[in-house]
Design a protein around this ligand. Structure first.
Ligand SMILES: [Zn+2]
Length: 158
C-alpha cells in the first residue's frame, strides 16, 4: 500500500529525477542535506536548485525554493504554469506552499518523507480544499536512489 499516488509515469520522469539527484549531490558536497530539484516546462529546464540553507544563511533555501526563484527570474513571471517540478525528497510545508503559489502543474518526488512530507505523508497539504490550485503529484520515482543518498549522508554525520 502506498500513501501517495503513483500515477502512470512518463518516460522523461526518471531522466529528470536523475538530474535532480545530480543536483542533490552538490548539496551533499557542501555539507547540506542532499536534496535537489529541477523545474521543467516542455522539455526545457527553466530552474534548478539544491538544498543550501546553511551555506546561504537562509532558512528558506530549500532545493525547491531555489529552483522556483531561478525560474521566476528567468521567465520574468511569478506564476510558473505548465511546469513540472522534480525533487528528490517529498516537499515540506513551506515548499508545498510555494509550489501552490507558483501554480506548478505537476510535482514528481523521489523519496517520501514520513516525518515532514507535506504532500502525502505528515500532512496532505496538496489536497487541502482551502487552496484553489489543483496540483497533480506522483511520488516514488527513483525512490531507492533518492533515499539512499539521504541515508548515506546522515550515516556519515553521526
Ligand atoms: Zn522545503
Amino acid at each position: 500500500m502506498t500513501p501517495f499516488p503513483r500515477v502512470p509515469i512518463v518516460p522523461a520522469d526518471e531522466d529528470w529525477m536523475r538530474t535532480a539527484l545530480e543536483l542533490a549531490q552538490r548539496a551533499e558536497e557542501a555539507g547540506e542535506v542532499p536534496v535537489g530539484a529541477v523545474l521543467v516546462r516542455g522539455d526545457e529546464r527553466i530552474g534548478q536548485g539544491w538544498n543550501r540553507p546553511i551555506g546561504s544563511h537562509d532558512p528558506t533555501a530549500h532545493a525547491e525554493i531555489v529552483a522556483l526563484r531561478e525560474a521566476g527570474r528567468r521567465m520574468a513571471n511569478y506564476r510558473l504554469v505548465e511546469t513540472t517540478l522534480y525533487v528528490t525528497l517529498e516537499p515540506c510545508i513551506m515548499c508545498v506552499g510555494a509550489i501552490m503559489h507558483a501554480r506548478i502543474k505537476r510535482l514528481v518526488f523521489g523519496a517520501p518523507d514520513a516525518r515532514c512530507g507535506a504532500v502525502a505523508s505528515a500532512v496532505h497539504l496538496a489536497d487541502a480544499d482551502f487552496l484553489n490550485h489543483a496540483l497533480q503529484y506522483t511520488g516514488g520515482v527513483l525512490e531507492e536512489s533518492c533515499s539512499a543518498l539521504l541515508r548515506r549522508f546522515f550515516r556519515q554525520k553521526r
